[in-house]
Design a protein around this ligand. Sequence first.
Ligand code: DQA
Length: 143
Amino acid sequence: MLLVLNGPNLNRLGLREPGVYGAQTLEDLERQCEAWGAELGESVTCRQSNYEGQLLEWVHEAQEQGFTGIAINPGALTHYSYALRDAIASQPLPVVEVHISNVDAREEFRHTSVTAAVCRGKISGLGFFGYRLALEYLTEGVG
Ligand code: DQA
């Protein structure tokens, strides 16, 4: 039972900077993640919020809610949210950070992730497929 979390502005997928993030919507992404979960034999729950505190609470509660792993795209919170970093560090479940765009090929401020070091790993630049790889890892790769 896996949790996919998307942070600020990811509800704007399909509208925001399509040259960077593509033409597909958050709903397309969420349906795709559920379908990938079904292929992997895992149920996938997707949530998105523009509010940092909401994301923190979802991370806090994930284990007690029965999830076994989290794929998270923290959006811009990646680059500065020590609160999200601490929430992830407090969560014993495996967490994988995902970015649709290649953050290392973009503006300097996107090269810093304050959250990646407390995640199992970071996938960046592979579009929606990065979520698939994260789900696969959380299903089959966690040792
Ligand atoms: C993003 C990259 C972040 O720098 C940006 O703030 C986002 C999306 C990505 O998926 O590529 O909102 O996390």
